[in-house]
Design a protein around this ligand. Structure first.
Ligand code: ATP
Ligand code: MG
Length: 367
């Protein structure tokens, strides 16, 4: 697709895990390699992370490096993708400020994702930070500042894209055609949309503490699989028939297994369907399944870990990648802010023609 521009990003509140990998990171690398996009931008949303971590900026500072290392080690190529830091892009703050006037508090209160996040974070009782309440507006600023046409997101972010589209429409109607209308793209299948936690809970999530991180050691991965994953409570003896649905080991195999792994690690089967059939029939033990899963996960994690080790030994280069990406992003976002100010006719200091305009106004007032 010609002229398509992508914006995606993450809040730097922790290292990235397998849920982020199947849900977004892997896809970003594919989009990057497709060569179909004019521009791919990844925003490290440190300002947005502060909206619910105001008391702990150190956590955000520490995790910027973790998130960038996760990107680079998973295959994000800074030659093809711009990686930048939100707080260093003042145009985003200015745009947020203007867009806030186009959105009612009633509209923000209806956002279902923000609603549930307010509950989860206890803001309903403790008091809701205004910055957190309005973060969908700052997200609209991010998306529009990069002129993004395509925004790959998780399902939970759909209300944000909807909000952004409304702001774009309102802005363009009020001030003239200026901003680009973006569209959301969500992962194709259920398992990408919601990888369960190692504990079998609906979603792998930092705050639930049920993650396998991209930077976890082989020992930790093994411990998580063997120690935390419950398989099927009806599958007591090996010869008992088992269930593969709702079985976390098979959910992970659905997400990560490839047919060619069988020849190397479990040659009794040609593919996952054959393996599942045997499990359902009875006669395939959980130990064998878990051992296979560990090998499968390591196929994904091993190369990521190796890349991470290389980058970790050269943090100065990682810093320069961020600096360069952020400079590039500054140009793009400043250009958008310029256009926005022009459309709103608040670009007072762009040229001196307003002097004549003001003079004329005053002269006419005297007549
Ligand atoms: P937190 O506990 O702080 O909410 P998290 O681990 O749930 O952290 P988020 O920062 O909420 O991670 O996730 C950012 C994005 O990553 C989501 O919008 C979604 O696209 C994707 N994502 C996160 N967890 C998963 C998952 N388990 N499966 C698929 N995608 C996921
Ligand atoms: Mg979450």
């Amino acid at each position: 697709m010609a002229n398509d521009i992508i914006l995606t990003g993450d809040r730097p509140t922790g290292r990235l895990h397998l849920g982020h990998y199947v849900g977004s990171l892997k896809r970003r690398v594919e989009l990057q390699e497709s060569g179909e996009y004019d521009q791919i931008n990844i925003l490290i949303a440190d300002d947005q992370a502060l909206t619910d971590n105001a008391d702990n900026p150190g956590k955000i500072r520490d995790n910027i490096i973790n998130v960038v290392l996760d990107y680079l080690s998973a295959g994000i190529d800074p030659e093809k993708t711009t990686i930048c830091v939100q707080s260093a892009l003042p145009a985003l703050h200015a745009l947020t400020f203007y867009y806030l006037n186009l959105v009612t508090t009633a509209r923000l209160s209806r956002n279902p994702t923000v609603k549930s996040e307010i509950q989860m974070r206890g803001f309903a009782n403790e008091g809701l930070p205004t910055g957190f309440f309005t973060y969908p507006v700052s997200q609209a600023a991010d998306i529009t500042a990069f002129n993004a046409t395509v925004v790959p997101v998780g399902e939970d972010q759909l209300p944000m894209i909807e909000q952004t589209r409304e702001i774009v429409e309102k802005f363009n109607k009020t001030y003239g055609e200026t901003l680009v209308l973006p569209k959301a793209v969500i992962p194709e299948n259920e398992i990408q949309r919601r990888l369960p936690g190692v504990d079998g809970k609906a979603k792998m999530s930092k705050s639930l503490g049920n993650c396998i991180y991209l930077s976890d050691t082989p020992k930790t991965v093994k411990k998580q699989v063997n120690g935390k994953m419950f398989t099927d409570s009806t599958h007591l003896r090996i010869e008992d028939p088992g269930h593969t649905e709702g079985n976390v080991v098979f959910a992970y195999l659905d997400a990560f297994c490839r047919d060619d792994y069988f020849a190397e690690y479990l040659p009794d089967y040609a593919n996952l369907e054959e393996m599942k059939e045997h499990y359902r029939r009875g006669g395939l033990g959980d130990g064998t399944c878990k051992k296979f899963l560990i090998n499968v996960l390591e196929e994904t994690l091993r190369p990521i870990r190796a890349e991470r080790a290389k980058w970790e030994a050269d943090i100065a280069s990682v810093y320069d990648i961020l600096l360069e990406g952020t400079s590039k992003a500054k140009e793009i976002t400043n250009e958008t802010l310029g256009r926005v100010r022009k459309a709103m006719r608040i670009d007072y200091f762009e040229d001196r023609s307003i002097i004549g305009e003001w003079e004329k106004l005053l002269k006419e007032a005297k007549q």
